[in-house]
Design a protein around this ligand. Structure first.
Ligand code: AVJ
Ligand code: FE
Length: 440
């Protein structure tokens, strides 16, 4: 790379690392040390584990692998290896206490910035190409910042976080058609050119997609409530057998955090109780609940290729773009991302983020469950480690697309793939529905 090119890249890399750290500090400095080391849910790690794990991954990939430096704290690697200890067991480990964890992540970051000043980006190899390892580590930190925000949502007690409300639905939203027709035909799925795309988004390849209809907006609380009120949670015919077993086993009657109070549904949100807002996209539903709602509505979840075609295919040029609105990085007018607001915007917000066919809020607000299992694309190659994606491929995990209000732009693209178990409800997930087009 040329000198000028690396200077710009260095600034970009330093910028995304700093933004991630600002977010991490916000999430870990607003509670007491006791709350940092406590386990707020068996589904989650103590916040102090996420904190040191962020630093440990940065040490492994940026200091050791990219900069070729000697290990700083090799003895703590096993503690922060996500595959060695399930989340429920992490509070019992001899974790670094809050002060040491903060010192460790700061020490690693100082050395990473020194390596950047020392010209590490002028090195060669796939890890340094386009600053990939740095982009990957910034995304990793931001992904754990979303995980930590989920922990905050599960935490009991008074509010520790607050943010201004998102923008309202745009005035034209009420007149939008309920669904759009996405024409059939080939489109390019995945990417071979996005420099910080992760291994599971690669390579770009052509997929044939049959014509289908897709909801213009995410399914709202109000729409979902009609399913609840219609006895949806008491009617096995809408449910996948495993989903029905889950409903029965746990006595589910509504999304996670919903509670009946008098004649209304209320929910607790980051320490504050409020009425469930009818115009907001539904949140905290499992894949089973999303699929059951879709069946009740006479529809289905979109596949991930349908979702990506709706989000990226430009019918005017036939090209797949980076985002629904084009190739520009997400700005505050495009999408609700980055924990700027600690809730989804009403369905019908962000008209500037619409796709060419007029589909709204594909990016941001809520992760969207798709019908698809998490599988490799043809030509997939694990990089830089099998445990990022490859070990999760198979029928156990369902793909989510689009990103929630808790996702940072650095970890969000039209090609980005998230995945989780179909029973998970604590994640910031909702959905939209689809149906086959006639005569296909
Ligand atoms: C892509 C969100 C499923 O949190 O398990 C974090 C991201 N990988 N550390 C997860 C991840 C390693 C991953 N998800
Ligand atoms: Fe991780």
């Amino acid at each position: 790379t040329t000198g000028a090119g690396t200077d710009t890249l260095r600034e970009q890399v330093a910028g995304v690392l700093l933004a991630a750290r600002d977010r991490t500090r916000l999430l870990t400095e607003c509670v007491t040390d006791a709350e940092l080391t406590a386990q707020h849910s068996p589904l989650m790690s103590p916040l102090v584990w996420d904190l040191a794990h962020i630093g440990n991954q940065e040490e492994v990939w940026l200091l050791r692998a990219a900069a070729g430096a000697e290990a700083l704290r090799p003895e703590i690697d096993p503690l922060y290896d996500a595959f060695r200890h399930p989340r429920a067991e992490r509070p019992g480990l001899p974790l670094l206490p809050p002060r040491e964890a903060r010192g460790y992540v700061a020490e690693v970051r100082g050395r990473v910035l020194d390596a950047l000043d020392g010209g590490v980006l002028r090195g060669e190899g796939p890890l340094l190409d386009g600053g990939f390892a740095f982009g990957m580590v910034a995304q990793h930190e931001q992904q754990h910042d979303e995980t930590m925000l989920i922990t905050h949502q599960l935490r009991r007690g008074p509010a520790a976080l607050s943010a201004p409300p998102p923008p309202p639905a745009s005035p034209d939203a009420a007149a939008l058609p309920a669904e759009v027709l996405v024409p059939g035909g080939p489109f390019t799925m995945g990417t071979s050119t996005e420099p910080w795309a992760l291994d599971n988004e690669r390579p770009a390849h052509v997929r044939e997609v049959a014509p289908f209809h897709l909801d213009t907006l995410p399914v709202t609380n109000g729409a979902y409530r009609a399913f609840v009120d219609d006895g949806g949670y008491a009617e096995p015919r809408w449910w996948h057998p495993d989903g029905w077993a889950m409903v029965r086993r746990h006595g589910l009657t509504a999304p996670l955090f919903w509670r009946r109070e008098g004649g209304t549904w209320v929910r607790r949100r980051f320490g504050v109780t409020e009425e469930v807002p009818p115009h907001e996209p539904v949140l905290h539903v499992s894949w089973y609940e999303a699929a059951a709602y879709a069946a009740w509505a006479g529809r289905r979840l979109p596949t991930e290729e349908e979702w990506e075609k709706a989000a990226r295919h430009d019918p005017a040029t036939g090209r797949s773009r980076r985002y629904p609105w084009g190739d520009d990085d997400p700005g505050p007018g495009h999408a609700n991302l980055g924990q700027r607001h600690l809730r989804p915007a009403a369905a019908g917000a962000y008209p500037a983020g619409a796709s060419p066919l007029g589909v709204r809020q594909l990016i941001g607000d809520v992760w969207e469950w798709t019908a698809s299992d998490f599988l490799p694309y043809p030509g997939f190659r694990a990089f830089p480690y099998r445990e990022y994606s490859e070990v999760f491929f198979g029928s156990a995990h369902k793909v989510l697309r689009g990103g929630s209000f808790a996702v940072d732009p650095v970890a969000c693209r039209g090609t980005f793939r998230n995945w989780d178990l179909p029973q998970r409800r604590q994640i910031f997930a909702g959905f939209r529905t689809a149906r086959d087009a006639e005569g296909r």
